[in-house]
Design a protein around this ligand. Structure first.
Ligand code: GDP
Length: 439
């Protein structure tokens, strides 16, 4: 995410990091590099200029602190300003109402329907009882798409395929939600490929009819400044309450994330990366600034892990590890959990310093495929009894998954090493428990 911007900023800091003190000259050079980096990341020139003017002013105004080097000082100032530019603090979703209505608007293809599914899933995880509404009356496929998503996450989807009046559908949906005791209604509206008067009128009419608590404008972050212009147009008509940036997993330069708040003065509420329904993140300006500056985002990583954490399963696993009975079935379950946390490269990028190191390495979500294929090729008996997997079984496993016997041998060896490590941890003081992890 934003790799090229991160890299450019880092190189902007490089020179001043070697300086003994802040001077007008070295601040000016750094500021110029930062401005170029922002403009290349598709941040509007005016915003970039205002941003860097502030940086310069702050840097020159700082008292000379001997404890802080000019490099550290600049990084700190830039970080604070990035946080400010992206909205300061996070902005909570208002999902209170009877039911609360959340209207989703945006261009076609921006990721509205996918986001609606993610939001429903997110709210369900927060113990709300959401209902999805398909109010796209032009594309029957959109209704089907929402129904498939709803099915995957176990959320009801309201639709009226024969009705060509989006306002009526929305009103009926809210009434239905009330009678079914659903407390949040998420209305996925129709989009067009470009700003279009008829679309705007329709969404505005739906808005006026159902009085939403939230109107979320969904925008594809890969469209850079176009995203910002679209946001402006939607905001003028809809006066939306928040922005959702999608496709942050793609090759996005960062311009949209950095300019939208400034342009429409509405907070970014969520960022969405990937097509998996459980990878929706609340937008935290502070964490995003840290990621942009290559400081990682451990907090989000931990939260993603917690969301997948199953206490009962974890206790069972701990027992098995303690008795040295960890087997391939457990291994597979662990892999599944990691995969559910999101795109692997994205996850690794949240560890400070790692994002930069792996930026050019292609780590696809298929990274585990080979291992999974080998485990899938084992019989349930073999999975539960790794010790019984002898050479002839290995041959059969290799054949079954189209791998070489050498691959299976290497994997078995790694597995044995992992078990040896677990055994050693069991012998450690505190029974291998890491301090503070409980359990
Ligand atoms: P809508 O027309 O606005 O409802 O957009 P969709 O939800 O149908 O999304 C358009 C396309 O973008 C689909 O192929 C989605 O799978 C894909 N998509 C949506 N959100 C994301 C995302 O965060 N990351 C990626 N990579 N693709 C996404």
């Amino acid at each position: 995410m934003f790799e090229s911007l991160s890299e450019r900023l880092e190189s902007a800091f490089k020179q001043i990091k070697g300086e003994g003190r802040i001077t007008e000259l070295n601040v000016a050079a750094t500021v110029k590099d930062i401005r170029r980096a922002l403009v290349d990341a598709d941040v509007n020139y005016k915003i970039a200029k205002e941003f860097t003017d502030k940086i310069r002013e702050k840097a020159m105004g700082e008292k000379v602190l001997t404890a802080v080097s000019p490099g550290q000082l600049m990084v700190k100032i830039v970080k604070d300003e990035l946080v400010e530019l992206m909205g300061g603090t996070e902005s909570e979703l208002n999902a209170k109402g009877n039911p609360a209505v959340i209207l989703i608007a945006g261009l076609q293809g921006s990721g509205k329907t996918t986001f609606s599914g993610k939001l429903a899933n997110y709210l369900k995880g927060k113990k709300y009882s959401p209902m999805l509404v398909a109010a796209d009356i032009y594309r029957p496929a959109a209704i089907d798409q929402l129904k498939v998503l709803g099915g995957q996450i176990g959320v009801d989807v309201y639709s009226e395929p024969e009705n060509k009046n989006a306002v009526e559908i929305a009103k009926n949906a809210v009434a239905q939600a009330r009678s079914l005791n659903k407390n949040v209604v998420i209305i996925d509206t129709a989009g067009r490929l470009a700003i279009d008067e008829a679309m705007m009128t329709e969404v505005t009419n739906v808005k006026n009819a159902v009085n939403p608590q939230e109107i979320l404008f969904v925008v594809d972050s890969m469209t850079g400044q176009d995203a910002v212009n679209t946001a402006r147009a939607f905001n003028e008509r809809l006066d939306f309450t928040g922005v959702v940036l999608t496709k942050l997993d793609g090759d996005t330069r960062g311009g949209a994330a950095l300019s939208i708040k400034y342009t429409v003065n509405k907070p970014i509420k969520f960022v969405s990366s990937g097509e998996k329904l459980d990878t929706l993140d609340v937008f935290y300006p502070e964490r995003m600034a840290q990621r942009i500056l290559g400081m990682g985002d451990i907090t989000t990583l931990v939260e993603r892990a917690q969301a997948q954490f199953d206490e009962v399963q974890a206790k069972k696993l701990e027992k098995k590890i303690r008795k040295n009975q960890f087997d391939f079935e457990d291994f597979k379950q662990q892999l599944d959990q990691i995969k559910k946390m999101g795109n692997i490269k994205d996850l690794l990028g949240m560890i400070p310093g790692v994002g930069k190191a792996i930026k050019d390495i292609d780590i696809s979500d298929d990274a585990f495929k080979g291992i999974e294929a080998m485990i899938n090729s084992m019989t349930p008996f073999e999975r539960a009894n790794p010790d019984t997997i002898d050479q002839s079984r290995r041959k059969r496993i290799a054949k079954g998954c189209g791998k070489d016997i050498a691959d299976v041998n290497a994997f078995m060896k790694q597995f044995e090493q992992m078990k040896d490590m677990m055994k050693m941890m069991n012998k450690m003081p505190m029974g291998g428990k890491m301090p503070g992890l409980g359990g």
